[in-house]
Design a protein around this ligand. Structure first.
Ligand SMILES: Nc1ncnc2c1ncn2[C@@H]1O[C@H](COP(=O)(O)OP(=O)(O)OP(=O)(O)O)[C@@H](O)[C@H]1O
Ligand SMILES: [Mg+2]
Length: 463
């Protein structure tokens, strides 16, 4: 069969755009014809290699149905897929693994090398795009980009983000599908399979041998969460038993398009949500003892030095481990000294209810009232290990404030006989000064993190 030269037919992104204001009808007709011709040519050339029906359990190699392909894949997507055929990354698409809210995932192979791939195609329809905003807070991520109003550019950005994030995970040794190729909103990655086309199970479907195996996966999950934060500078932001796969005995993390960097204004909330999801799965569904969420939070964001100081209090003994930052076994040892969460953990309840921001810069106007009344905490301050002396100083400071509040007239009548300005104040000025000081102290207490909350979050309670 003869084809027009596909490269000559290729259109740019803007050619597919419908926002030309409707002024140039004949130009639009031309483009529409062009798109149609391109689609037909691509289908003639690659249609027989693309099967988009749902795979039920096992990857089959039935004949591709051109009509279904035509229905499911829009011309633009087809064009980017054809680039993957042309550059030899894949030779066949053999069925649909998943149709999600944001993307469809297909199973693909390269018949020449025998390699298997997962091809994730982001949905570009405006309807889905609106949905995405609501569900995944994409709005935050792209709030400063010019592309917010253009869904095609948005999904391309989204796919690119996933591709780059996967690279980060892969490069630091967090088990994850290896990213292979990216063409606009079409992403190719390693396919995690049991072999013979069977996909490896998601964590939620994995049949654990026993409680020990469940516990070991829980530990892995927490350590990978820390590595994500410490080594990749990422918070997953949708971590759960649905976005992790057990592959060849390892826990694989994927679906990282929505992951954010720690300085994202919602990163701390996302991290807390990830921790909650993980804890809920392992405690409620798998019925194992989990650690308190606030301590996991600290485990994820605290420095290596701080964790190791706790694990090995003796400085000399600690020297050796300082050379092995982020060592898996040492992190595992650290987790093993943590207490388990009790059923009525009030401290975790407090932690869950705190409004979190990673820095005061992230406070928005609506947050300021809450901040004044102590309902907002900056998490980095919260988990910082304070040197003992600093803590004592603070105690004194607090006591001072207290006494200032409680006693009306005694604080400056001390026995120190060196002359002090205050001693020679007239009575009214003194009254006024004390009133102002009291007010200031009251204000300060309001904005200061409640001490019991801070203690709860910074000190481990070994039970
Ligand atoms: N590399 C892969 N190997 C094997 N299966 C995969 C791979 N990537 C994705 N999948 C399968 O496809 C499903 C959807 O993938 P993913 O979570 O990345 O997309 P999604 O659009 O976010 O989907 P959802 O909205 O369902 O979370 C996964 O749950 C998994 O079953
Ligand atoms: Mg997913």
């Amino acid at each position: 069969m003869s084809h027009p030269d596909l490269d000559d037919l290729s259109l740019s992104d803007s050619d597919y755009s419908s926002d030309d204001g409707g002024n140039n009808t004949s130009a639009r007709k031309n483009v529409a014809n062009h798109v149609l011709r391109e689609k037909t040519a691509l289908l003639d050339k690659y249609g027989a290699n693309i099967k988009v029906d749902h795979i039920k359990h096992r990857i089959t190699r039935d004949k591709a149905e051109r009509a279904t392909v035509e229905q499911v894949l829009d011309p633009r997507t087809l064009r980017f897929l054809s680039k993957l055929f042309k550059n030899g990354t894949i030779t066949e698409i053999n069925g649909c693994i998943s149709t999600g809210k944001e993307a469809n995932v297909y199973f693909a192979i390269n018949a020449d090398t025998g390699k298997e791939y997962a091809v994730k195609i982001y949905k570009t329809s405006i309807l889905v795009f609106k949905d995405r905003e609501r569900y995944v807070d994409g709005e935050f991520r792209f709030r400063n980009t010019k592309n917010q109003s253009n869904p095609r550019k948005m999904v391309r950005l989204w796919a690119e983000k996933e591709f780059r994030n996967l690279k980060r995970l892969h490069s630091v040794g967090i088990p994850s599908p290896e990213p292979v190729d990216l063409k606009s909103h079409v992403l190719v990655m390693e396919y995690l399979s049991k072999g013979d086309g069977w996909p490896s199970p998601k964590l939620k479907d994995y049949e654990f041998k026993d409680d020990d195996e469940i516990a070991s996966f829980y530990i892995k999950m927490l350590i990978y969460m820390r590595w994500l934060y410490q080594k990749c500078r990422l918070v997953h932001a949708d971590l759960s038993e649905y976005n992790t796969i057990v592959h060849q005995g390892e826990l694989y993390i994927f679906d990282v398009s929505q992951s954010v960097e720690p300085d994202h204004q919602m990163s701390m909330d996302f991290l807390r949500m990830d921790i909650k999801n993980v804890n809920d799965f392992f405690s409620r569904i798998k019925k194992i003892n989990v650690f308190p969420e606030r301590l996991i939070f600290r485990f994820v964001i605290d420095t290596w030095t701080s964790l190791m100081t706790e694990l090995i209090p003796n400085k000399e003994d600690r020297q050796a481990v300082m050379e092995e930052p982020e060592d898996f076994e040492l992190l595992e040892k650290y987790l093993n000294i943590l207490p388990h969460k009790s059923d009525d953990d009030q401290e975790d309840a407090v932690f869950r209810s705190l409004h979190l921001v990673s820095s005061l810069n992230h406070l928005e106007e609506r947050d300021f009232d809450k901040f004044r009344t102590g309902q907002v905490d900056t998490l980095r301050d919260l988990v910082k290990e304070e040197p003992e002396e600093a803590e004592e100083d603070e105690d004194e400071e607090e006591e001072e404030e207290e006494s200032d509040d409680d006693s009306d007239d005694s604080d400056d009548d001390d026995d120190d006989d060196s002359p002090k300005g205050k001693k020679f104040e007239d009575k009214d000025a003194k009254k006024e000064r004390k009133k102002l000081a009291k007010e200031a102290a009251r204000e300060k207490r309001k904005t200061k993190m409640k001490k019991h909350v801070k203690k709860k979050l910074t000190k481990k309670t070994h039970k």
